[in-house]
Design a protein around this ligand. Structure first.
Ligand SMILES: Cc1cc2nc3c(=O)[nH]c(=O)nc-3n(C[C@H](O)[C@H](O)[C@H](O)COP(=O)(O)O)c2cc1C
Length: 353
C-alpha cells in the first residue's frame, strides 16, 4: 500500500479505485485545463517571508468562519454526486469533516438530502450551496429543509450560469447520475423538459437574488465563484456576508484567472465588509497560509476531499483534512505565527505572482 503523507498521495490512491468515467468528472477541468493548472501554479509563484525568534511552542490552527468555530482555516467545498466516488457519499464526507472538526458545504445536487447529512453527523458545522433551478421552488425547498436542520449559511454559486466545456468528461463518457440526485428528481416533476439535467438550472439569475435569498431566509449569504473587484463590490452592496474567490476549480471558464491571482484585488475591494474565502488548487498547508497572507479568512478544498472519500470513505476524508491541518500548523510555526490571525500581508512576497 502506497504511503499517505500528502494530498498528492491521496490523489494517486483515489485514481486507482475510481472508475474512469467518474475520474474524468472529478479530476478534470474545462477546455484545455489551463485554469486548472494555473490554480496550482499560482501558489508556487508566491514566496513566503517567514519571521524568526518568535515563541511558537503553542500553535493553534483554530479559527472561525461567520462566527462558527472550526479546527482549521480549511473547509470542505461543495461537490455534486459523491456516490460516484464512494457508496457512502456525502454522509461519509460529513462524518469525515466532523471528525476533523471542520465545516462542510453541501451541494444542492448532492446524493444525500440535507436531513440525511444532518443525521449522519449531528451538531457539525454546515452550509448549503445553492444552485438555482428554473423552477426556483426546487432550490427553495432544499434550502428550507437545510435551514430546518441547522445549516447556518447559504452559498450561492454564481459561476455556473451554464456548464463549462468539459472535454475530459465527454471523452471519459461521464453521464450526470440524475436518478441518484433528489434535486433533479424533484425538478423533473415540476419542469417539463427533455433537456439534459444541467439545463434545468436557471441561466438568468442576477444580483437581486442575493438580496432576495438573504431577506427571505434570514441567514448569511455567501457568493461563490467571483474573481474580480467589480463583482466583490457588488456582492457587498447586495449584503453578502462572505465571498468565495473561485473559478469552480478550473471547471467552468478555461483561461479564467487563477483564484490566488484574483484574491488581492477582491480583498482590497471588499475592504473588511465581508469575509473572503478562496478555493482552487489548495493542496498543501503552505498554500493555506499563502491564501491567509493574501487576505483570505479560510480556504475550501474540493478534489482533495473527493480523493479521501474515494479511497477511504469517512476515514479517508478525515485523513486528508488532517494532513492539511498538520501541514498548516507546521507552516504557521515556521512562519513565526501562533494562529491564523497572526498571518499578515507581510508574510508573502508576490513579486512573481
Ligand atoms: C467533482 C466536483 C464537483 C463539484 N460540484 C460542485 C457543486 O455542486 N457546486 C459548487 O458550487 N461547486 C462544485 N464544485 C467546485 C468546488 O466547490 C470548488 O470550487 C473546487 O473544487 C475547488 O477547487 P479544488 O478542487 O482545486 O480544491 C465541484 C468540484 C468538483 C471537483
Amino acid at each position: 500500500m502506497e504511503q499517505l503523507l500528502t494530498v498528492d498521495d491521496a490523489e494517486r490512491l483515489a485514481e486507482a479505485v475510481v472508475p474512469a468515467e467518474a475520474w474524468g468528472y472529478i479530476a478534470g477541468g474545462a477546455g484545455d485545463e489551463r485554469t486548472l493548472l494555473w490554480n496550482r501554479e499560482a501558489f508556487s509563484r508566491c514566496r513566503l517571508r517567514y519571521r524568526i525568534l518568535i515563541d511558537v511552542s503553542d500553535v493553534s490552527t483554530e479559527t472561525s468562519v461567520l462566527g462558527t468555530a472550526v479546527s482549521m482555516p480549511v473547509l470542505v467545498a461543495p461537490m455534486a454526486y459523491q456516490q460516484i466516488a464512494h457508496q457512502d457519499h456525502e454522509l461519509a464526507t460529513a462524518q469525515g469533516a466532523a471528525a476533523a472538526g471542520t465545516l462542510l458545504c453541501l451541494s444542492t445536487v448532492a446524493t444525500a438530502t440535507p436531513a440525511a447529512v444532518a443525521g449522519a453527523a449531528p451538531g457539525a458545522a454546515r452550509w448549503l450551496q445553492v444552485y438555482v433551478f428554473k423552477d426556483r421552488s426546487v432550490s427553495e425547498e432544499i434550502i428550507a429543509e437545510a435551514l430546518d436542520e441547522g445549516f447556518s449559511a447559504l452559498v450561492l454559486t454564481a459561476d455556473f450560469p451554464v456548464v463549462g466545456i468539459r472535454d475530459r468528461e465527454v471523452r471519459a463518457a461521464f453521464d450526470v447520475p440524475e436518478a441518484d440526485v433528489p434535486a433533479y428528481r424533484s425538478a423533473r416533476q415540476r419542469i417539463e423538459s427533455d433537456d439534459p439535467a444541467l439545463d434545468l438550472l436557471d441561466a438568468g439569475v442576477e444580483w437581486g437574488y442575493v438580496t432576495e435569498l438573504r431577506e427571505r431566509f434570514g441567514v448569511p449569504v455567501i457568493v461563490k465563484g467571483l474573481v474580480t473587484a467589480e463583482d466583490a463590490r457588488l456582492a457587498c452592496e447586495h449584503g453578502a456576508a462572505g465571498v468565495v474567490v473561485s473559478n469552480h476549480g478550473g471547471r467552468q471558464l478555461d483561461g479564467a484567472v487563477a483564484s490566488l491571482e484574483a484574491l488581492p484585488e477582491v480583498v482590497e475591494a471588499v475592504d473588511g465588509r465581508a469575509e473572503v474565502y478562496l478555493d482552487g488548487g489548495v493542496r498543501r498547508g503552505t498554500d493555506v497560509v499563502t491564501a491567509l497572507a493574501l487576505g483570505a479568512r479560510a480556504v475550501l478544498v474540493g478534489r482533495p476531499v473527493m480523493y479521501g472519500l474515494a479511497f477511504g470513505g469517512a476515514k479517508g476524508v478525515q485523513q486528508v483534512l488532517e494532513i492539511l491541518r498538520d501541514e498548516t500548523e507546521n507552516a504557521l510555526a515556521l512562519l513565526g505565527c501562533r494562529s491564523p490571525a497572526e498571518v499578515t500581508r507581510e508574510h508573502v512576497s508576490t513579486k512573481y505572482l
